[in-house]
Design a protein around this ligand. Structure first.
Ligand code: F6P
Length: 344
């Protein structure tokens, strides 16, 4: 068995744990070889790769980032890209690829499957927005980093009687914001799935600060949006892959809160700190389980699936059921558990 392995999309704590698990299982149990392609599909299309073995993967389990490098380059947005991928399969006599990626990369893996390139997906993203799996690895680490930051911001909020607005990642979904807001006892959490009304936000904060509380933490997902017509939309830059460079909604919010309520407000944007460094124990275990399951699926010839976590079991779901979809937050959790505490 010869497997092509790549990490695609934004980096995420736990990528190296998956790589290590795939390599160990393929080499030691299935007697196969793993070719690691650098910078995702770029390495496949440009024939930039290395042979991965157990020795190469020693010590990488707790390391953040990815030893393979990553990028958002996709065969479908590169001229002749799919032919280059097919050529790589033939040149290296590959049985197929294990693609460790988020929603965009998994959709590309499914398109390649339809074009005759065998792929198995492993769901990664700190955003936790991949359908078919209850969790993606990296998410738990991000939530820990954010809730630890919120804990620290409480003391400054209390000492200065301020509103501290904390911006966390979450382009289309608010999983990180909701979980870290709940864990950190946020005053209010704003998520992309539920557009916010700035007047309501400010009224609630003004009421709270007129009462017995003089400090507030507002957690906002970077992709949160004002309800139509309530605030001017932010004009984000777009990168060369067509992705909006988010970041800045917290500044708009803090400025509005301060000018409408008179309460001093400050901004903290956690940014890529949320994706960096060592994964939590939970993410290391989940990533290892995913890697082992992906290697086993390849050995069994079960291509066209994504490994997934459901009720603490690792299962296979068809890539076709995952592609071009996105998992939002459980709105019951938001409305029933988080919202009742808003500014109370
Ligand atoms: O998809 C993961 C993610 O971290 C998003 O939460 C965020 O919007 C995006 O990646 C940032 O991408 P980049 O690292 O390219 O700025």
């Amino acid at each position: 068995m010869r497997i092509g392995l790549l990490t695609s999309g934004g980096d995420c704590p736990g990528l190296n744990a998956v790589i290590r698990a795939v390599v160990r299982k393929v080499e030691r149990v299935h007697g196969g070889a793993v070719l690691g392609f650098r910078d995702a599909w770029r390495g496949v299309m440009e024939d930039d790769w290395e042979l991965l073995d157990v020795a190469r993967c020693r010590g990488i389990l707790p390391r953040g980032g990815t030893i393979l490098g990553t990028s958002r380059v996709q065969p479908y947005s590169t001229e002749g890209g799919v032919d280059l991928v097919r050529a790589a399969v033939q040149r290296h006599r590959l049985d197929g690829f294990i693609v460790i990626g988020g929603e965009g990369s998994l959709a590309a893996a499914d398109d390649l499957r339809l074009d005759g390139v065998p792929c198995i997906g492993v769901p990664k993203t700190i955003d936790n927005d991949v359908v078919g799996t209850e969790l993606t690895f990296g998410f738990d680490t991000a939530v820990h980093i954010c809730s630890a930051a919120i804990d620290r911001l409480h003391t400054t909020a209390e000492s200065h009687d301020r509103v501290m607005v904390v911006e966390v990642m979450g382009r289309h979904v608010g999983h990180i914001a909701l979980r870290s807001g709940l864990a950190g006892g946020a005053t209010m959490t704003l998520i992309p799935e539920v557009p916010f009304d700035i007047a309501e936000v400010c009224d609630a904060l003004a009421r709270r600060h007129a009462g017995s509380s003089y400090a507030s933490i507002v957690v906002v997902a970077e992709g949160a949006e004002p309800a139509p017509g309530t605030l001017e939309e932010i004009d984000y830059e777009v990168d060369r892959f067509g992705h909006q460079r988010l970041g800045g909604i917290s500044q708009v919010l803090a400025a509005e809160i301060e000018s409408r309520t008179g309460i001093e407000s400050r901004v903290t944007i956690l940014g890529h700190v949320q994706r960096g460094g060592t994964p939590t124990a939970f993410d290391r275990v989940l990533a290892t389980r995913f890697g082992v399951a992906a290697a086993d699926a390849a050995a069994a010839g079960e291509w066209g699936v994504m490994v997934a976590l459901q009720s603490d079991r690792i299962v296979h779901v068809p890539l076709a059921d995952v592609a071009h979809r996105r998992k939002g937050v459980d709105l019951d959790l938001y409305e029933q558990v988080a919202r009742p505490f808003f500014a109370s």
